[in-house]
Write a protein that binds this ligand. Structure first.
Ligand code: TRP
Length: 449
């Protein structure tokens, strides 16, 4: 049982929770990953499948996860434990909480590396390093950066310090406050960038690319990628949202908050596409070249634009805000875990998580240079192994467990349903207990093969 002597904090309002939850959901996944995945996995086919999976799989599981947290009002391990006991289920369910903490830690490590790139590129843009240079120079700057161990590690370390510095202040003064500043800021910057892209280059081609459905482009790969992404982007499957849910007071509606968060999250992904693709298309570049879209193709465009360094700086601030508000949702649950399970004070827990993450992030950063040759599981590099294992394997497993458990133990009264809204409870339960585990299971098997 929890040794929790510290009094638990909670969100101050629905809005505060929505900003924090949106902060978790909107991340590198939306701004960096969504555009390049859409670009390389069939454009609109990917987008439409992804929206479908959000609606029938990811949103129900997000409701499951947050509701469990809200009922439990404590860390995931103790929540699973006590709910399993009440409902006469095996206590083994609690390992879902351990699995979640491990998954969050792995994601935090590799995420900090990419987030560090956004800091470094922000510095490059502001210093004018990306202005008036040739595409070749842009390539070289990227190559030099990732092959330099010191710079790569420092950028990630700096990012980890930003994250842990905020978490040190706790739920209200740290996570909630910073998200309610960063998120509106992020929306404003994004809107400005879309308006800029639209007015300079037009949106037509990008809209076609994102929304014209072409059945021939749907492949098993697109299906796996789009469901995996729907999971990652809503920050579910690793009990992070469960911890955020455990800070909710009784009167706040989970369904309403989840709908708002999911819509804001989708909006940011689509707007990021509309900010990025017009620049890419106008310059005759291809959107399909993967992770380099943000750090190679876009800087090539910035270097040719009037006020390119300003536009570039705005892009990288956007990326940084998105990354930072997301990484709070790795760090806060991990800190909460140590506070409630190991009876640590917040300061001490923050120091412990900082040290562990610095070690993990450094290892991931070095796999781009010093340890480039190192292979895990026989064939993939360290960074890719950590990213793949956590997002393609552990998150889906966590998601299946959370969805089934919630379907088994959450009752109608936990939803505060009225006779009119009863149907939503039954629809959710069906999706969470049967549809989500089945769909996620298929995708999991596919990615294991
Ligand atoms: N949603 C974030 C993104 O799109 C990633 C993320 C944040 C996440 N918190 C999470 C993923 C918790 C899984 C679990 O970048």
């Amino acid at each position: 049982m929890s040794k929790g002597f510290a009094k638990r904090e909670s969100w101050s309002s629905l809005l505060a929770f929505v900003w924090a939850g949106t902060g978790a959901a909107v991340g590198l996944g939306n701004v960096w990953k969504f555009p390049y995945m859409a670009g390389s996995s069939g454009g609109s086919a990917f987008v439409i499948l992804y929206i479908g999976f959000l609606a029938i799989v990811a949103i129900p599981v997000m409701i499951s996860e947050i509701t469990l947290g809200k009922i439990g009002q404590r860390n995931p391990i103790d929540t699973f434990d006590s709910l399993a006991k009440i409902h006469h289920k095996t206590r083994a369910w609690r390992f879902t909480g351990h699995l979640g903490a491990f998954t969050l830690f792995l994601i935090f490590c590799f995420y900090s590396v990419v987030a560090g790139w956004s800091l470094q590129y922000l510095r490059f843009s502001i210093s004018g390093k990306l202005t008036n240079i040739s595409p070749n120079d842009v390539q070289n700057i990227w190559q030099q950066f990732i092959s330099n161990p010191t710079e790569m590690v420092l950028a990630s370390v700096l990012f980890v310090f930003f994250t842990m510095g905020i978490v040190l202040f706790g739920v209200k003064k740290g996570v909630e406050k910073s998200c309610s500043i960063m998120m509106p800021g992020l929306f404003l910057i994004l809107l400005a960038l879309v308006i800029y892209a639209a007015s300079q280059f037009g949106l037509r081609e990008s809209l076609h690319f994102l929304f014209d459905f072409d059945l021939s482009k749907v492949s098993p790969r697109t299906i796996v990628a789009s469901l995996g992404h729907a999971f990652f982007t809503l920050a579910i499957g690793a009990c992070a949202m469960m911890v955020y849910g455990s800070y909710l007071s009784k009167e706040i509606s989970v369904i309403k908050s989840v709908m708002i968060i999911a819509i804001l999250d989708l909006t940011v992904a689509l707007l990021s596409g509309l900010a990025i693709f017009p620049l890419i298309f106008h310059h005759g570049l291809s959107p399909s070249q993967g992770p380099g879209l943000m750090f190679i193709s876009l800087p090539m465009v910035f270097s040719t634009l009037p006020y390119g360094n300003l536009v570039g700086a705005l892009f990288f601030i956007l990326l940084f805000f998105a990354a930072l508000s997301s990484s709070l949702s790795f760090a806060e649950p991990l800190v909460n875990f140590l506070m409630e399970r190991a009876a640590m004070k917040r300061q001490k827990a923050v120091i412990a998580i900082t040290i562990l993450t610095l070690i993990g992030a450094t290892i991931c950063a070095l796999s781009f240079n010093l340890w480039q040759q190192a292979r895990l599981f026989g064939k993939i590099g360290i960074f890719d192994a950590v990213a793949d294992l956590s997002t393609n394997i552990l998150l889906p497993i966590g998601g299946i467990l959370i969805a089934i458990f919630a379907g088994l133990v959450v009752k109608e009264k936990d939803f505060n349903t009225t006779p009119r809204t009863k149907i939503w409870f039954h629809l959710w339960r069906f999706l969470s207990l049967y549809v989500a585990p089945f769909a996620i299971g298929l995708v999991l098997i596919n990615s294991l093969l």
